[in-house]
Design a protein around this ligand. Structure first.
Ligand SMILES: Cc1cc2nc3c(=O)[nH]c(=O)nc-3n(C[C@H](O)[C@H](O)[C@H](O)COP(=O)(O)OP(=O)(O)OC[C@H]3O[C@@H](n4cnc5c(N)ncnc54)[C@H](O)[C@@H]3O)c2cc1C
Length: 470
């Protein structure tokens, strides 16, 4: 019997697997694809994701393969990141294929088992009902009463204590567990292609709005460009095939040129459909990443939000699996991450509205653009898009700092344990905390770098704070 099965070896599933293994939990990842994807997909990591990787000692290979850019875009309008209060005030341009490769290498190094070429097809509670699974067997498996979940796969059943669906926007786990996915339908479809250009624009990152729609030509890596185009009033039905010629024709209509595109590597589409799982936890079944929220890629937030879901869930699930914390700790995952996902949906909807065609939106963009040029507005929006302003009720993230002994605060989070700074004595028997001296203030920092207690709250509150988190 497995302790935890993760469905999906995308960025979210791999990050979660790393977190669980770091905490000593045995974990099995089941992935439908026989080989890692060759699609480039997402284009970058935000400052908070870079901090998260730093807090686990995983950042260096990402920095070595990526390229820092001082800004990103909000609805296509420039958004400066260089003044943000972080060690990493930039967008690290690195495509998803590379991110997944680096995460998978780290997961394997930690001892995560990844079973590729296997698809999850069903869920049922244990003990299994006699005969064939009933249509709502998955929902029953997800119910609080079920003690174990049997995961049906194309390679046979797997029994597990906890199941996490990191299986993307069309999540089978979400559907089988009967979790609602409410939201708003698509208002536009964008076509994208990774192509070579005989006649590229001079700018490395070109984003333009024309009376016919929006287009961008993005230079993520040498040798090819990402071309994205949407056309006023054009949506493409899900079932319709889209090819290189459709991309070229739409780009010519919107941009007036095809930049001499040829040799496509990947052609795809995306929409601004925005949906969020009503519950991130349903008994022994949890959801993270795109399985829990889908939205347009505006602002490049999907992968980043998924990584940070995993970072919030991993240490909590590990404590529960090891019997060190009550199951209620898992509810804080929903309580803390659902509002974050809801805010991402909201700001991507706002970006969609700001990208719609027409003179009224043109006028609105002028005003929003002027506002975004002011330091306060830049900071507000940049903190939101990059996730640096996220606070979990108990407190915001604690920024990195240099310590008198020559180490950095984040380095002390690499074991995945909470940090107790400058508190003398043994605060709670048996608590696995990293003690830190010479910090300058008394703090309890959670394994995900968020504040759990500070001196001004009083010593009694420390015991209360330590109990659920460690
Ligand atoms: C054009 C584009 C640009 C983007 N740009 C950005 C960006 O710049 N920044 C950003 O943060 N995000 C971006 N995103 C979003 C980002 O790609 C997603 O948010 C991210 O892939 C989500 O990761 P995930 O691990 O949650 O899900 P996925 O990456 O979808 O991974 C899910 C995995 O589960 C597997 N799976 C599915 N069903 C099953 C099953 N039944 N059994 C077994 N395995 C299964 C799949 O094969 C897949 O490997 C972009 C998306 C697009 C389309």
């Amino acid at each position: 019997m497995e302790d935890v099965v993760i469905v999906g070896a995308g960025p979210t599933g791999l990050m979660l697997a790393c977190e669980l293994r770091l905490a000593g939990v045995d974990v099995l990842v089941i992935e439908r694809l026989a080989e890692p994807t060759r699609e480039s997909r997402a284009g970058g990591l935000h400052p908070r994701s870079l901090e998260v990787l730093d807090q686990r000692g995983m950042l260096d290979p990402f920095l070595a393969e990526g390229r820092p850019l001082p800004g990103t875009r909000f609805a296509g309008l420039p958004l400066d990141l260089s003044g943000l209060p972080t060690r990493y005030p930039f967008l690290l341009v690195i495509v998803q294929r590379r991110i997944e490769r680096l995460l998978e290498a780290r997961a394997r190094e930690l001892g995560v088992r990844i079973r590729r070429g296997v698809e999850v097809t069903g869920l049922r509670p244990r003990p299994a009902s006699a005969g064939a699974a009933s249509p709502d067997a998955g929902a029953a498996a997800a119910s609080a009463a079920a003690e174990r979940v049997v995961v049906e796969t194309t390679a046979g059943p797997v029994e597990t204590r906890y199941l996490v669906g990191c299986d993307g926007g069309r999540s089978v786990v979400r559907r089988l567990a009967g979790i609602d996915f409410p939201g708003t339908p698509a208002t536009t479809t964008s076509i994208l292609g990774d192509v070579e250009l005989a006649d590229p624009p001079a700018e490395h990152f070109l984003l333009q709005r024309t009376p016919r729609g929006n287009f961008s030509v993005l230079g993520f890596e040498e040798g090819w460009r990402r071309v994205i185009v949407d056309e006023a009033g054009a949506t493409v039905a899900d079932w319709m095939a889209i090819g290189f010629e459709d991309l070229r024709a739409m780009l010519i209509r919107v941009a007036g040129t095809d930049f001499g595109m040829h040799s496509p590597r990947w052609i795809s589409r995306f929409t601004d459909v925005a949906r969020q799982a009503a519950r991130y936890r349903c008994g022994r079944v949890l959801l993270a990443g795109d399985a829990a929220h889908v939205h347009s890629p505006a602002g490049g937030q999907g992968l980043n939000t998924g990584l940070q879901d995993a970072f919030n869930l991993g240490w909590k699930l590990a404590l529960v699996v090891r019997g060190s914390a009550d199951e209620e700790l898992l509810d804080t995952y929903h309580e803390e991450r659902h509002p974050v996902g809801a805010r991402v949906l909201s700001n991507t909807r706002a970006q969609s509205a700001l990208s719609a065609p027409g003179a009224h939106v043109d006028a609105l963009r002028v005003h929003v653009g002027d506002m975004l040029a002011t330091p306060d507005a830049t900071r507000e929006i940049a903190m939101m898009i990059t996730g640096l302003d996220i606070s979990y009720g108990l407190g915001p993230r604690v920024p990195d700092r240099d310590l008198p002994d020559g180490t950095r605060l984040f380095e002390h989070l690499r074991t995945g344990r909470p940090i107790l700074a400058d508190v003398s004595g043994e605060p709670v028997d048996g608590c696995l905390v990293s003690q830190l001296k010479g910090f300058g203030e008394q703090l309890l920092i959670r394994p995900d770098g968020h504040l759990a207690w500070k001196e001004s709250l009083g010593r009694e509150a420390l015991s209360t704070a330590l109990r659920p988190w460690c």
